[in-house]
Design a protein around this ligand. Structure first.
Ligand SMILES: Cc1cc2nc3c(=O)[nH]c(=O)nc-3n(C[C@H](O)[C@H](O)[C@H](O)COP(=O)(O)OP(=O)(O)OC[C@H]3O[C@@H](n4cnc5c(N)ncnc54)[C@H](O)[C@@H]3O)c2cc1C
Length: 476
């Protein structure tokens, strides 16, 4: 019997799982996909929002501001890429300028520090590629960027290093209430028992709550489509640039990513399912809006497009609570934006204020919160690289030429927690295949390394789990 079972391997489940391992608790996570960080936490903007956007008094406002303040130390402990680049909400009309004043007041009420409204000349000095008709901006100096899937994977990896267990391909299909806990059954019949369930199932959180007998909320999906430009265009903007929100919507953002790409998007479209395909109309909207916000957008450097689906709930705020109807069920549901920013703060609150109502929390004296990744290999000096290669020759062999990722890094991603078992899982951990050729050259080599390290036939290797096999069989 586990003390706590977390449903959902997104950033919310991940940060909660890690927080739980700070205490003497037997904990596990179940995830329906073959890897973690496969839902919203894979496909989002990666912005650590300053906190001026959410309505005063809402849970979104509270956890956004707290999370934004915690993120630097959190990311640094886990070796996750994070950078304070500042954000700019840009005004293109007199009406927009009025809205900026309201956003500043709201931000200050929410507790955001260092908010400033800047004029046209200062804005254009900060961002030379901003459109000529820009009039000014709200400058949030605490705005930052982080790698969302890295944050998720590193949190789960660190939790596993501290004793947590992970079950992938485990889709919760049934939850039975026992006298002192729950029996959780997967679609394939596997069963796990736990005293407390934390429902962090994103788009599936309404369904998981309902399986446990809680029908107090509903979760819907809102799709966001993106265009990603190559790192070659990395200096096109340095801040995260937003359009001033209007009654018609929030528009899109133009930002650098922590890896130096430029990201344009997302759209916002209600969807019935979790399908993350992009559309001609969606991408055309992104392109058109980016061209309205900035001049000379280097669209010729587009390397891919993708979409993510936000899980919003009918209460229009985060749900972070002990279920009002099922004792032992904790719902972390409807965590749409700014959920990534809020994650470390939601995790701390969940364990200290919600889990503590069911279980006693005794500190785990062996907890080690530090994780040291090695994907910064390409940024090392030649002397440092040579030292590592002397110890392990696989670091001397580049597999992904675009991103300069070595065999040593790929082997480590396959062998460390949470272990990568597909080509895309390797990609999310070390960026092999994330560059200009999008895996055109390295994909077969990564698959070969996976087959060798996992000791399985080459043709069983998948692109992204389930039925996404790369090969059907041998021809010769
Ligand atoms: C387009 C877009 C842009 C965004 N931009 C930002 C941003 O810039 N900044 C920010 O702070 N936030 C942003 N967000 C919000 C942020 O991404 C989310 O708040 C956060 O990722 C939510 O994490 P989660 O763990 O709740 O959900 P998810 O990451 O979706 O994880 C839920 C997991 O549960 C699993 N699951 C579902 N059902 C079951 C089941 N029955 N059994 C087992 N597992 C199950 C899913 O497979 C999934 O892996 C954005 C979101 C989107 C979609």
């Amino acid at each position: 019997m586990f003390d706590v079972l977390v449903v959902g391997g997104g950033v919310i489940g991940a940060t909660v799982l890690r927080e739980l391992t700070k205490y003497e608790l037997k904990v596990c996570m179940v995830e329906k996909e073959s890897d973690v960080a496969m839902g919203q936490s894979k496909a989002n903007s990666g912005i650590v929002h300053a906190g001026y956007d959410a309505k005063e008094g809402s849970l979104k406002a509270k956890f956004n501001v707290l999370g934004s303040k915690m993120m630097k130390d959190y990311a640094s402990e886990l070796g996750v890429k994070y950078r304070v680049n500042g954000s700019l909400v840009v005004a293109f009309s007199e009406e927009d300028l009025e809205t900026l004043k309201e956003l500043k007041v709201r931000g200050e009420k929410n507790g955001v520090e260092s908010l400033e409204i800047i004029g046209e000349s200062e804005l254009k000095a900060l961002e030379p590629n901003i459109a000529d008709n820009a009039l000014g901006a709200l400058h949030a100096k605490t705005g930052a960027i982080v790698c969302p899937y890295d944050l998720t994977i590193a949190s789960i990896g660190n939790a596993m290093d501290n004793g947590a267990e992970l079950y992938v391909d485990f889709e919760v299909a049934n939850i039975e209430k026992l006298e002192n806990g729950f029996k959780v059954t997967a679609t394939d019949g596997r069963e796990l028992n736990a005293k407390v369930i934390i429902n962090a199932a994103g788009l599936g959180s309404g369904k998981v709550a309902s399986l446990a007998g809680d029908n107090t909320f509903k979760v819907g999906g809102r799709k966001g489509e993106y265009v990603l430009l190559d790192r070659e265009s990395g200096n096109f903007v340095s801040h995260t640039i937003f359009k001033t929100p209007t009654k018609k919507g929030k528009g899109i953002l133009v930002t650098q990513t922590v890896d130096g790409n430029i990201l344009l998007g997302p759209t916002a479209e209600e969807v019935d399912d979790g399908e993350t395909y992009t559309s001609q109309d969606g991408l055309a909207f992104v392109t058109k809006t980016a061209n309205e916000m900035c001049k000379n957008v280097p669209h010729y450097n587009t390397i891919t497009s993708f979409a993510g689906v936000r899980a919003y709930c009918d209460r229009h705020d985060f749900i972070i609570e002990n279920s009002p109807v099922v004792n032992g069920l904790i719902n972390l549901a409807g965590i749409e934006s700014p959920g990534l920013t809020s994650a470390p703060a939601i995790a701390k609150y969940t364990v200290e204020e919600l889990v503590s109502k069911h279980l006693s929390l005794n500190a785990n004296k062996n907890f080690n919160g530090v994780r040291k990744p090695d994907y910064f290999f390409k940024n090392l000096t030649i002397e440092e690289k040579n030292e590592i290669i002397k110890k392990d020759k696989r670091y001397g062999k580049i597999v992904c030429r675009c991103e300069e990722i070595t065999e040593g890094e790929i082997v480590r991603a396959i062998n460390e927690n949470p272990k990568a078992t597909s080509v895309d899982a390797v990609k999310r951990r070390v960026r092999a295949g994330m560059g200009r050729c999008q895996g055109g050259f390295c994909q077969p080599h990564v698959a070969e390394i996976l087959a060798r390290e996992l000791n399985v036939p080459f043709e069983t290797i998948t692109k992204n789990g389930k039925n996404s096999n790369l090969l059907v069989g041998k021809t010769k």
